[in-house]
Write a protein that binds this ligand. Structure first.
Ligand SMILES: Cc1cc2nc3c(=O)[nH]c(=O)nc-3n(C[C@H](O)[C@H](O)[C@H](O)COP(=O)(O)O)c2cc1C
Length: 195
């Protein structure tokens, strides 16, 4: 055994999504966010493309994100599909957070590695961040609402045409007790062959 498995198991099982409505007013320091980003980059990456890119919104940046996302959502959504509750969440959630990290995938120039693998690598990087955040006792939430996948969002984030925005990672401290998780037992999603 090279590591303390009981600690690792505890962090993995304890990782929870906690929404900004349930964040306290305590601020997350930049040094802690940097520690999350340090661990993000140790995710597996086919061909060592390291396709992750994170844009971190803090302070005044949170206002810019909230304003852009909510107003653009309103602008591009047909009236019959417009949801005022969604609009309000896009407007308020960044302001309830210490930081919001835009989760992005930068497409390799040659496109040699299949896109699905680059997206998978970024998701692994997010999991590294989320587990690290759990160890710090931070509240985190990966959200893909609003116009996350739109060209307008790509432009706002300064991404290229073939890059992708994969969502937003909201960061704060929990206001309430740490929530309980639940999952189906492994029999539901495994099939063993050869034993
Ligand atoms: C790629 C991805 C996108 C997600 N987007 C949303 C979202 O838009 N809204 C939401 O309520 N939760 C979103 N989640 C979080 C899930 O709801 C959450 O992981 C799930 O409820 C399980 O809870 P847990 O993370 O506490 O175990 C997302 C999770 C992933 C992996």
């Amino acid at each position: 055994m090279r590591h303390n498995l009981s600690e690792i198991n505890a962090v993995i099982c304890d990782r929870r999504s906690i929404k900004p409505e349930n964040f306290s007013s305590r601020k997350v320091h930049r040094e802690i966010i940097e520690a999350l980003l340090e661990n993000a980059r140790w995710a597996p990456t086919h061909g060592m493309t390291q396709p992750w890119f994170f844009k971190i919104f803090m302070g005044n940046g949170l206002k810019k994100l909230a304003e852009f996302h909510s107003e653009k959502y309103k602008e591009v959504t047909p009236q019959e599909k417009f949801n005022p509750v969604k609009y309000e969440k896009l407007r308020s959630r960044p302001l309830l957070s210490s930081a919001v990290i835009a989760i992005c995938m930068r497409r390799q120039e040659t496109e040699k590695i299949p896109e699905i693998e680059e997206i998978a690598a970024v998701a692994c990087a997010v999991q590294n961040m989320h587990l690290t955040a759990t160890a710090y006792g931070l509240a985190c939430y990966w959200n893909t609402g609003g116009i996350t996948y739109s060209d307008e969002m790509k432009q706002f984030l300064g991404l290229g045409e073939k890059d992708r925005c994969m969502g937003f990672f909201f960061l704060g401290y929990p206001a309430d007790a740490w929530p309980q998780g639940q999952r189906k037992p492994i029999e539901y999603y495994t099939e063993w062959v050869g034993e």
